[in-house]
Design a protein around this ligand. Structure first.
Ligand SMILES: C[S@@+](CC[C@H](N)C(=O)[O-])C[C@H]1O[C@@H](n2cnc3c(N)ncnc32)[C@H](O)[C@@H]1O
Length: 270
C-alpha cells in the first residue's frame, strides 16, 4: 500500500460522499445494516465509517435505545458523516485507527466495518482489535471488494489511466480497494486474530450512474486515486477524468450507464 492510499482528505470526502457512495457503497451499506439489525445489538461500534453510508443505514434500522460509536482514521470523512446524519443522540463520532482502538475489552455486541479492512496496514491487528472489544458472544460483520475484474467501472478506469500514464500507471484501485479478496487468506487472517466461526459470502450487485462523467469524477476525484494522478502531474486531473469518462462512454454508451460490482461479506465470531 502506498502512503497516500489511506488519506481521505482535502476535496476527497465531499466528492466521495456525493458520487462514490451512491454509485457503489449504498447497496452494500443496506446489506450490512440488515445483517447488523438482525443481531439486535445494544452497543455497536463501526470502524472505517467514512462519510457514514453504513451509519445512516444502520441508524435507520435500529431502535432508540442503541448506543452507536462510529469511528474512522480520517477526521475529514467523519465531519461529512456527522453533518449528513444530523442530530441523533444514539451516535457518537470519534477519530480512531481500527488497528489500535481506544476502547476497553468486551465492550460491544457488534463491530461492523464496510470496505475498510483493505486499508489496514496490519489486517490481523485490525481483526484482533475488533475481537478484543467484542463481547464473547458478539459478532464482527464486514465486507471487502472482490477482484477488480468483477468491479467493471473500477477496472475500466484503471485500464484507461494505465494508457494515459504508461510508464507509471496509477494502480490504487487494483492495489488497495481490490487487493484483498482471497477467501482462504481472509479466513486465515481472522483465525490468526482469534476468531473461530467465520462465514464468507460473495454478493454481486449493479452500480448505476446517469453519465460516464459521473463515474469518472467518482473514481478519479473522490478517492485517493486523485492523489496518485496529481502526484504524476498535478495539471492532469481534469484530463485524466475526461479520459476515464471517454473509456466508459466507448464501452457502456452515453448514459445512463450500469455495470457489475462484487464484494465478499464476512461474519466472524470469537
Ligand atoms: C473506502 S472507504 C469506506 C468508508 C465507509 N465505510 C463507506 O462504506 O463508505 C475506506 C475508509 O477507511 C478509512 N481508513 C483507512 N485506514 C483506516 C484505519 N487504519 N482505521 C480506520 N479507518 C481507516 C478511510 O479513512 C476511509 O474512510
Amino acid at each position: 500500500m502506498s502512503a497516500t492510499d489511506k488519506v481521505f482528505a482535502g476535496s476527497i470526502p465531499k466528492l466521495y460522499d456525493e458520487y462514490l457512495v451512491p454509485l457503489i457503497f449504498s447497496v452494500y451499506a443496506d446489506d450490512i445494516a440488515r445483517r447488523v439489525a438482525a443481531l439486535s445489538p445494544t452497543v455497536l461500534l463501526e470502524t472505517a465509517a467514512g462519510t457514514g453510508a453504513v451509519t445512516r443505514a444502520v441508524a435507520a434500522a435500529l431502535p432508540r435505545d442503541v448506543r452507536y460509536i462510529a469511528t474512522d482514521l480520517n477526521e475529514p470523512m467523519l465531519a461529512v458523516a456527522a453533518q449528513r446524519q444530523g442530530e441523533d443522540d444514539r451516535i457518537s463520532w470519534r477519530q480512531a485507527d481500527a488497528t489500535a482502538l481506544p476502547f476497553d475489552d468486551a465492550t460491544f455486541d457488534v463491530v461492523c466495518c464496510q470496505f475498510g479492512a483493505m486499508f489496514f496496514p496490519d489486517r490481523i491487528k485490525g481483526y484482533a482489535e475488533a475481537k478484543r472489544v467484542l463481547r464473547p458472544d458478539g459478532a464482527f460483520v464486514f465486507n471487502v471488494w472482490d477482484r477488480i475484474e468483477d468491479n467493471v467501472f473500477a477496472h475500466d478506469a484503471t485500464i484507461a489511466l494505465g494508457k494515459m500514464f504508461p510508464d507509471d500507471p496509477p494502480r490504487f484501485m487494483a492495489r488497495t480497494p481490490h487487493g484483498y479478496h482471497d477467501k482462504t487468506a481472509i479466513k486465515a487472517d481472522l483465525e490468526q486474530a482469534g476468531f473461530g466461526h467465520i462465514s464468507i459470502e460473495t454478493l454481486s450487485a449493479v452500480s448505476r450512474a446517469p453519465t460516464p462523467d459521473y463515474v469518472a469524477i467518482a473514481y478519479c476525484q473522490g478517492t485517493p486515486l486523485r492523489s496518485e494522478i496529481e502526484a504524476r502531474d498535478a495539471g492532469k486531473l481534469q484530463a485524466a477524468t475526461e479520459a476515464v469518462a471517454e473509456a466508459i462512454r466507448m464501452r457502456h454508451g452515453p448514459g445512463p450507464v450500469e455495470a457489475g460490482i462484487q464484494a465478499l461479506v464476512i461474519t466472524a465470531r470469537p
